[in-house]
Design a protein around this ligand. Structure first.
Ligand SMILES: C[S@@+](CC[C@H](N)C(=O)[O-])C[C@H]1O[C@@H](n2cnc3c(N)ncnc32)[C@H](O)[C@@H]1O
Length: 394
């Protein structure tokens, strides 16, 4: 399935039309982490052509503007006044609409796919108004077979605004991999007290909570070790024992099998031996109440994504870095990172966030290169001109 709209470029046209603007380092750090202040399209091309990073990035998280037609500002660092008001310093504008917005995202995605390693993943954070169009574009670029999840993120408490429509408490995170062979460190969620009682309803004499599961699983094995009789019982027809009969004997001797009154054996599963429950695709990670940057995301959300979809040897990239929530999560988890943003306010917020990470035995502080494009960043200047015009028209 393809999305058709005017002025849609081919992937080659996208790549060829991006100008080659050199990045220059403006500090003396020589660590591998990079903070780049630039239009991300230009910077991503440089990462491919000059920094040989094609196929090297294991994890990309992006949280681009959502086509909201807003201008986001910061006033005297007062977090509570961060809004789309006409006061304060401009952080970023979000004025592209319709197919122009979709093509803006698509251009970046084409380059991001080139950077993604074969075991890499990309998470794109977007809202419910435009997200379904972005999904079609992502299917086109990454392949629908590599679509993993549309994660529903609960972003706030219920709202009671009067409006003909239901309250909106969620946005979406579209998750794709480059291939079947993605990095996956299974995340586990702690059981709630309610879960413990519901999922592990039985209690041993010594107080350990447990549940039981059948000893057999679907599928028959012909003459295999899992189709033999266990204590004179064969697995039901169409099923086989979960383990060799010798293992079942050992479990039984160790008291790990429970026999029902009618002689049916089941395996005991103890609560205190479980790491937690499987994470599902509805995530409750509300945005910070006092953000340091407009639309700053929840740090635990990024922590989960970084730990699940990257390893310690991985490079993590966020090319709409904002206040650096992704970069901080990467740093704290010992990953290498690259952050790109064109806004002065974002670069300031990122530096503060990264420089104030407290180092301890497990977390090291970061030494990172700061790079800029050689030319003054035109996009930011254009945005500011538009914004000033808008302000004087008010
Ligand atoms: C929604 S915010 C990201 C917030 C971030 N996830 C956080 O937790 O703080 C989007 C960011 O993308 C940046 N941005 C928008 N267009 C860009 C472009 N073409 N190149 C580089 N950065 C861009 C904006 O300056 C803004 O900081």
């Amino acid at each position: 399935m393809l999305l058709h709209y005017p002025n849609k470029k081919t992937e080659k046209e996208i790549f060829d039309s991006i100008s080659d603007v050199e990045l220059i380092q403006i500090n003396t750090a020589d660590g591998p982490n990079m903070l780049i202040q630039a239009n991300n399209l230009v910077a991503l091309k440089q990462l491919i052509t000059k920094y040989n990073l094609a196929n090297r990035i294991d994890l990309i998280y992006i949280d681009p503007p959502f086509a909201t037609n807003n201008t986001f500002t910061i006033t005297d660092g007062r977090a509570s006044t961060i809004s789309n008001s006409s006061n304060g310093t401009i952080a970023y504008t979000d004025t592209l609409k319709g197919y122009e917005f979709i093509e803006f995202i698509r251009e970046r995605l084409v380059l991001l796919k080139m950077l993604l390693s074969d075991k890499g993943s990309i998470y794109l954070h977007i809202d419910y108004k435009i997200g379904h169009y972005v999904k079609i574009v992502m299917d086109e670029i990454f392949g629908i077979e590599n679509f993993r999840n549309d994660i529903t993120r609960i972003k706030c408490n219920p709202k009671n605004f009067a409006r003909k429509g239901f309250g909106n408490m969620k946005d979406m995170i579209l998750f794709y991999s480059k291939s079947e062979n993605l990095i996956w460190n299974e995340p586990k969620m702690p059981y709630t007290e309610d879960d413990k009682v519901k999922l592990f309803p039985k209690i041993e004499k010594n107080g350990r909570r447990y549940t039981t599961i059948p000893l057999h699983a679907p599928g028959e094995t012909q003459n295999g070790k899992t189709s033999k009789a266990f204590k004179g019982i064969f697995p039901p027809s169409g099923r086989h024992w979960r383990s060799d009969v010798s293992v079942l004997e050992k479990w039984d001797n160790d008291g790990l099998i429970e026999w029902s009154d009618n002689g049916n054996p089941r395996k005991k599963i103890f609560l205190d031996e479980q790491e937690g429950k499987r994470m599902q695709d509805i995530w409750d990670f509300k945005d910070p109440q006092y953000p340091v940057y407009p639309t700053e995301k929840n740090r635990d959300l990024l922590d989960i994504i970084v730990r699940t979809s990257s390893d310690e040897s991985s490079i993590v990239l966020d090319c709409f870095a904002g206040s650096g929530t992704t970069l901080k999560a990467a740093q704290k988890n010992g990953r290498q990172w690259i952050g790109i943003d064109q806004s002065n306010e974002a670069i300031k917020a990122i530096s503060t966030k990264i420089d104030t990470i407290e180092n301890d035995l497990f977390i090291s502080t970061s030494d990172y290169q700061v790079l800029k494009t050689k030319k003054e960043d035109e996009t930011q200047i254009i945005d500011e001109q538009k914004y000033n015009k808008m302000k004087s028209a008010l």
